[in-house]
Design a binder for this molecule. Sequence first.
Ligand code: NAP
Length: 252
Amino acid sequence: MSALKGRKAVITGGGTGIGLAVAKRLTADGATTVLMGRNLERLQEAARDIDGAIAVQCDVTDPAMVAQAFDTAREGGKIDILVNNAGIASGRPFHKLDYDEFRRIQNVNVDGVFHCTKAVVKDLMGGDYGRVINIASVAGLRGGPYISHYCASKHAVVGMTKALAVEWGQTKVTVNAVCPAYVETAMAENAIKTIMSNTGRSREEAVAELADMNPQRRLIQVEEVAETVAWLCHPNSFTVNGQAISLDGGAP
Ligand code: NAP
């Protein structure tokens, strides 16, 4: 397939989990990908396995580093697609949540999306095609216990998504959010370990607790998230704009 031939996609957090699966999937559709993250060695290792991919070190919380990384990314041609995927999570009851931890999550999940999206404005405006896809979460659509800080960050991302879709309605750019329930990655693994240590439950019970939030009783696979991102990038998906697409097996 070559729907994205000639398109360049930047994927933050592209060296692991969902971001890596997205990079592979967009490459299969013909795009060249730029993988960004803090761990350069891991990014380079991931990029070696993906046709045409390059690895660029970038901490999305650092505006100067973001500006420099995106300059590197646009060498040889402008950026067409931004997948704001870099994100972090933690679980903490609100009464034990301190302001530093609250800010740590917002800095990556919200400020990071702000800095990276700002960095591609000049690539996307005035062109004939552009996509911004934010990997939010079902926590961007509803609440849950022990994740008020994470929920706040992902609701902010969904809000920014909807606002930019309206603001850029007269351009060829679409801005959408993808909102998965638990996906089988390092992030979900951390949640499993937290449940085990806080409750004394077995690994099997902890996995079941996460899986049971999905009516299909399972953890989502990274390839499923990547498939939705690829669909949003397809030129025929232009009409889909400002959406927050739930990938949660039909949770009410
Ligand atoms: P993951 O494997 O832990 O990926 C997170 C990625 O973000 C890593 O590649 C990490 O790379 C990068 N990252 C973290 N902080 C960064 C920073 N300051 N600057 C640049 N990159 C940074 O987990 P994942 O599940 O694939 O998560 C990807 C996204 O999906 C996140 O936004 C997450 O909130 C969202 N999500 C995950 C789930 C789930 O259950 N797994 C569900 C819904 C939504 P470096 O360490 O190299 O920086």
